[in-house]
Design a protein around this ligand. Structure first.
Ligand SMILES: [Fe+2]
Ligand SMILES: [Fe+2]
Length: 390
């Protein structure tokens, strides 16, 4: 077990650390002087760290390769708002020194419970073709094992073992809520798209040592792999309607939503559009959550630069807490008076509050955001499409 993880950088600023990492990438680059230096991305289960070796490079050049486990010594510092390590020493670890659980992050959620949630959603499908299609994937042992373990991305979001399943369960929940507001959307088609939209990551990414692209993933990308996987399963379902097949294919290839993000077609029907936006929402919300968690010990409400979103992030909880402490204002401001409205009368000491004063506000502010949404739907009498499965 290591005693320094990448998430500990803040407490070791400008100090020398000695620890173990896996090499996610290794490049030999040239300084302005023409001398060589090593640019390395080190990885452990808590994140990734840029590391550079500026001096005495010759000995280290061939001492290790990408995907090797290494012991390093160096100094932690900040450069352009991001943590870096200036490397002084590197050596490859012997197999006996490697504890794999130090390097690959894993979801803290119960993977079997997540899988059970997907199965429960599938039970609620009304369209037998789509139900059978998703069942073909879930009943395939090799796919099920891989689906339970695959990350959803290399670095951008849900980049941990179980991340794909975590992402898809969250996406199913979002889809289930969103279709209640848009009854014209075909729930089964949307959920089928959600189940399949990233399934190609099972073959696109390898995650035995660090999360990296496979050669197939690098050359084809997950959308092309998904079409191949889809066609294999549809071949097991004679008579599968061509129209449904084309719609699913379109949802797969358009789910990135823009040409520059790898989609050769833009989403052209409601289920495809909704899949794109909810997928995008879920991945970005997770990216923000993970960054705030990684940088939980930082004092500043501003995070370091978030590479997947291309901006630093403001942690509103820290921001508001700091403001309250600084101003020493613990009472919320009173709402502006409405002309002609009677002045509220504060109850006398010991007098019970009116029913209308406390419970409505208290009730609206309790529970999770999802529960709040549920209450909102109930208040607006929106009828759920399909049965509720959570
Ligand atoms: Fe994708
Ligand atoms: Fe996704």
């Amino acid at each position: 077990m290591k005693d320094f993880y990448i998430c500990d950088c803040a407490r070791m600023e400008n100090q020398t650390i000695t620890s173990f990492f896996v090499v996610a990438s290794k490049q030999v680059k040239s300084k302005k002087s023409g001398d060589l230096y090593l640019s390395v991305i080190l990885s452990d289960r808590s994140g990734q760290l840029q590391a550079n070796m500026w001096d005495n490079v010759a000995d280290a050049l061939n001492a290790f390769n990408q995907d090797d486990f290494v012991k390093v010594k160096g100094v932690i510092h900040k450069y352009n708002g991001r943590w870096q390590l200036t490397l002084h020493k590197v050596r490859r670890l012997a197999d006996i020194e490697i504890d794999y659980s130090d390097y690959i992050p894993k979801t803290s959620k119960d993977i079997e419970q997540l899988w059970h949630t997907l199965s429960a959603f599938l039970e609620s499908f009304q369209n037998p073709w789509l139900k059978n299609l998703v069942h073909e994937f879930m009943a395939d042992d090799a796919i099920a094992i891989a689906y339970k373990n695959a990350p959803a991305a290399k670095t951008l979001h849900h980049a941990y073992v179980g991340g794909l399943l975590d992402h898809v369960v969250s996406l199913f929940t979002l889809c289930d809520l969103a279709v209640r507001n848009y009854p014209q959307v075909d729930r089964d088609l949307l959920l089928t798209g959600a189940f399949l939209h990233d399934i190609g990551k099972l073959q696109e990414l390898a995650y035995q040592r660090s999360i990296a692209y496979t050669t197939k993933g690098q050359l084809l990308g997950h959308m092309i792999i998904e079409l191949e996987m889809l066609h294999q399963k549809i071949a097991l379902l004679p008579g599968f309607p061509d129209e449904l097949k084309i719609l699913i294919e379109h949802m797969i290839i358009s789910h990135h939503g823009q040409y520059e993000f790898g989609s050769p077609k833009l989403p052209m029907f409601p289920e495809a559009l909704m899949l794109h936006y909810l997928d995008d929402l879920d991945s970005k919300m997770e990216s923000m959550r993970a960054q705030f968690e990684r940088e939980g010990e930082l004092d500043s409400p501003w995070s370091s630069y978030n590479a997947s979103l291309g901006r630093p992030l403001l942690n509103t909880k820290k921001f508001l807490a700091k403001g309250l402490v600084a101003a020493r204002v613990l009472e919320a401001p009173k709402p502006a008076a409405v002309a002609g409205a009677p002045e509220p009368v504060a109850p006398a000491a010991g007098e019970p509050l009116d029913d209308g004063d406390v419970p409505i506000v208290a009730e609206a502010e309790t529970g999770s955001p999802l529960e709040a949404l549920e209450r909102k739907f109930a208040a607006h009498k929106v009828t759920p499409v399909g049965s509720k499965t959570r």
